[in-house]
Design a protein around this ligand. Structure first.
Ligand code: GTP
Ligand code: MG
Length: 415
């Protein structure tokens, strides 16, 4: 039941490269459109500052891992086929693509900020990434609009005997988007509309579709290929364009992330994903030649001058943009756009011996309460919940208390 983040965008923008960099998978990447046809799902991680050190505890994560005080909590990442204009009418891999997307809680829109691929993913120069940003939003909205219109049709057909509430009908039709009648009603009213589809103009319907899309499929833009100079120019221009103020744009180099992870695995550098810097630990050619110093059992990996140069270029990038952006894009999507909170089950009396302390770090939806947390762990715990204890403040919290990010909570139950 982990969160699912979907990578979307036109062909050749680097979705698979981002996916491989984040998950260390090896799905095909290619400088030609539709390299990917079938979606891949892999395990990526979001970082959460571990709470164990604050309680003088050590942690043994049940899932993911902890690296020097930073928890890497698993999420699912989905790499799908490229989307081209007209997908909602079935163009390209249109409909299949859209249903793959339905599974995702939030989207990372990978955009080629270098402008070196056209709308269909073919090589070009000087393509404006703004077109890509606009087209994805438009395409998703048209898809939503079609479904909304089907809901209105059903409502009119009186299929369910007497005409029910329009919000209930639309919620049924849009069930796959994980929305509900309450939310639909809120959206309708927030647009200043009546709960009567006969009063809605085409424009009203479009704005409803847009609003429901925003709520059910929030998007973060990953400005990819930022290692290219043309991408940086576009990035500066677009992030200072007031028309795009509504977007969160994270500068990314999927290539840099992958190179650093590979170098880390090879023992050339020490790199913790998401960090703005890394250490060169391999043996730079010539400098430490000969047998390893006595007492040092580990043999250093040889690193060529060329590799060092490449790594130093990456270092310039990660210093300028505070990392490669891959981790940041995922975390912005989950924590900022979806408002997910990370919660640690704790023990108020701090008994280090108690098994299970700081094993888990749960990701819960925005607005979750102590009771939601209890039910998330197990229905029996939810049913038997008396109250919670905020382990940091050492005070009791009620079942309806709204939890904050990185709360450490002990659940007190009847059993
Ligand atoms: N310079 C640079 N090139 C990149 C980066 N990420 C991806 N690329 C290149 O962009 C091209 C397309 O990459 P893919 O990952 O296959 O793109 P995709 O979006 O999955 O493409 P489809 O599966 O066809 O939709 C490849 O030649 C990659 O090497 C990056 O961060 N920097
Ligand atoms: Mg691909």
């Amino acid at each position: 039941m982990s969160y699912k983040i979907g990578l979307v965008g036109k062909p050749s923008v680097g979705k698979s490269s981002f996916f491989n960099a984040a998950t260390m998978n090896d799905v095909p990447e290619g400088a030609y459109p539709f390299t990917t046809i079938d979606p891949s799902v892999g395990e990526a991680y979001v970082r959460v500052e571990c709470a164990a050190p604050e309680f003088d505890e050590t942690c043994t994560p049940s899932v993911g891992y902890c690296d020097d005080g930073t928890r890497f909590v698993p999420v699912q990442l989905v790499d799908v086929a490229g989307l081209i204009p007209g997908a909602h009418e079935g163009k390209g891999l249109g409909n299949q693509f859209l249903s793959d997307l339905n599974e995702a809680d939030v989207l990372v829109h990978v955009v080629d900020f270098s402008g070196e691929t056209d709308a269909e993913g073919e090589a070009t120069e000087g393509h404006d990434p703004r077109e890509d940003i606009d087209f994805l939003e438009a395409e998703l909205e048209m898809w939503y609009l079609e479904i909304l219109e089907k809901g209105i049709e059903r409502y009119h057909s009186g299929y369910h005997g007497d005409e029910g509430d329009i919000e209930a009908e639309l919620a049924t039709q849009m069930d796959a988007f994980r929305t509900n009648a309450d939310e639909i009603k809120q959206v309708v009213l927030s647009q200043g509309l009546d709960l009567d589809p006969d009063m809605w103009t085409d424009e009203d319907k479009a704005s409803l579709a847009r609003e429901i899309r925003k709520r059910t499929k929030p998007i973060v833009v990953a400005a990819n290929k930022m290692d290219k100079p043309a991408a940086r120019e576009n990035y500066d221009e677009i992030t200072s364009d007031p028309e795009y103020d509504h977007l969160t744009v994270v500068p990314v180099s999927a290539h840099a992330e992958k190179a650093l992870k590979q170098a880390d695995e090879a023992g050339v550098v020490e790199y913790r994903p998401g960090d703005a810097d890394f250490d060169l630990v391999g043996d730079v050619a010539g400098t430490r030649d000969g047998p390893a110093p006595s007492g040092d059992a580990s043999r250093l990996v040889n690193v060529s001058e060329e590799q060092v140069e490449g790594l130093e270029r990456i270092r310039e990038f990660t210093a300028a943009f505070e990392g490669t952006g891959v981790q940041r894009a995922l975390e912005t999507a989950l924590f900022d756009e979806l408002g997910v909170v990370a919660v640690f089950p704790g023990s108020a009396n701090g008994s280090a011996s108690e098994k299970g302390v700081f094993r888990d770090c749960f990701l819960l939806p925005d607005g979750s309460t102590t009771e939601d947390f209890a039910y998330h762990i197990h229905s029996d715990i939810g049913d038997g919940l008396l109250h919670g204890i905020d382990c940091r403040a050492e005070r009791q919290i009620g079942g309806d208390h709204e939890l904050s990010d990185r709360d450490v909570v002990e659940l007190i139950t009847t059993s």
